[in-house]
Design a protein around this ligand. Structure first.
Ligand code: HEC
Ligand code: HEC
Length: 324
């Protein structure tokens, strides 16, 4: 072997072992692996609190059921609650194909409360597989222990549905990066006597920022908290962009009073019937029909908190119809 071939060979070997070492480290040290320290009681009050959160605040049932896009904001198809199957794929800009899992007792019956808790707040499956954060587990890591426990108690009461969901898969290098995302559970300290503190908690665990803070490749843009403008494509080629919900008067919701805010949510209460989707007109991923079930007092708390965030001037065009 000539000297140069030898050097090249050694260089390649070094690169190979560096990569193999790095990958081995990623697999050995990640994902984060601790269980939340919670105990779950199954009394009616706890289950009801869990039902409320999972359907109207953390909206677990929104992603983990089938949505009906014949209607505005895609309400849930009755009878599919928790069975999973919704796909978040390349066509919507995701780095892989991710399927919301079946979270009814048919799928989770062998999971301990701690297994389910870890999946919700740290994003790791029972078998140690890390999730892509399309499920906003970094936001759920803020859930109070009592709220986390009540969501688990509620999931156990869902009607068991046998429904097999395709496996999720992440593209390279996201499949490796993914291992580093799951993190620690850090319940938020909430001052129950302060509407702003209660509202901050609700806005956080409802994941409003997941859609309302614009991001680039998963990294939220600094200084743009809740300033909107994040584009979400629809399969027909139309685009909806999240609204600016900072208190900027011209481009945000600074001009809205509390009543306007509450009524905007209550407008989509399913008891008023669903609004049919109209081809060429705006539809939205914001799960209004689910959030509309929030209590007025929780909506008022969210409003109180949203008044206190930094106003950002960012004009947003909410909808562009399909050019096809
Ligand atoms: C924005 C959509 C979305 C929301 C909201 C959401 N999830 Fe998920 N969830 C997913 C997706 C997608 C996966 C699969 C991720 C993957 O495979 O990488 C998942 C995975 C899971 C899993 C793992 C199941 C398994 O078999 O591995 C559980 C449990 C779960 N979610 C429960 C919940 C609960 C409880 C909530 C509410 C507190 C919730 N999810 C909210 C989309 C969502
Ligand atoms: C899945 C993404 C998504 C989530 C989660 C979400 N939103 Fe939205 N939101 C949107 C989009 C897209 C729009 C613009 C289209 C529309 O009006 O639905 C919007 C519009 C709004 C508007 C109307 C503003 C206007 O100028 O008309 C308000 C208010 C709002 N969101 C508040 C919230 C709050 C509060 C939360 C959390 C409880 C939240 N959103 C969660 C995507 C989302």
């Amino acid at each position: 072997m000539s000297r140069w071939v030898k050097i090249l060979f050694i260089a390649l070997a070094v690169v190979f072992f560096a990569i193999a070492g790095g990958v081995a480290y990623l697999f050995a040290a990640f994902p984060y692996n601790d269980y939340p320290d919670i105990s779950v009681s199954t009394d009616a009050g706890t289950v009801e609190r869990g039902r409320y959160l999972a359907n109207h605040v953390t909206v677990c049932v929104d992603c983990h059921s089938e949505r009906d896009w014949m209607y505005f904001s895609g309400p849930i198809k009755p009878g599919t609650e928790g069975r999973g199957g919704e796909r978040f794929g390349h066509d919507l800009g995701f780095p892989g194909e991710f399927y919301a899992r079946n979270i009814t007792p048919a799928a989770l019956k062998d999971w301990s409360d701690q297994d389910i808790g870890r999946a919700i707040v740290s994003g790791v499956s029972q078998n140690g597989r890390p999730f892509f954060p399309v499920m906003p587990y970094p936001a759920y890591a803020n859930l109070k222990k009592s709220d986390l426990a009540s969501i688990i108690a509620y999931l156990r009461t869902l009607h068991p549905i046998d429904h097999t969901v395709s496996a999720s898969s992440a593209d390279f290098p996201m499949n490796l990066i993914l291992r580093t995302i799951p993190g620690e559970y850090h319940p938020m300290d909430v001052d129950d006597n302060d509407p702003v503190s209660r509202g901050k908690y609700l806005v956080t665990v409802a994941g409003c920022a997941e859609c309302h803070t614009p991001a680039d490749k998963g990294k939220k843009l600094p200084g743009m908290d809740l300033a909107g403008g994040f584009p979400f494509p629809f399969p027909d080629g139309s685009i909806v962009r999240s609204a600016n919900i900072t208190p900027d008067v011209d481009t945000g919701i600074g001009g809205w009073d509390e009543k306007t805010f509450v009524q905007r949510f209550k407008k989509y209460d399913p008891s008023r019937g669903y609004t049919p989707a109209v081809q060429g007109e705006m539809n939205t991923y914001m799960p209004w029909t689910m959030y509309s079930g929030m209590t007025e007092s929780d909506l008022k708390d969210m409003y109180a908190y949203l008044r206190t965030v930094k106003p950002v001037k960012n004009p947003v065009r909410h909808f562009t119809a399909s050019q096809k």
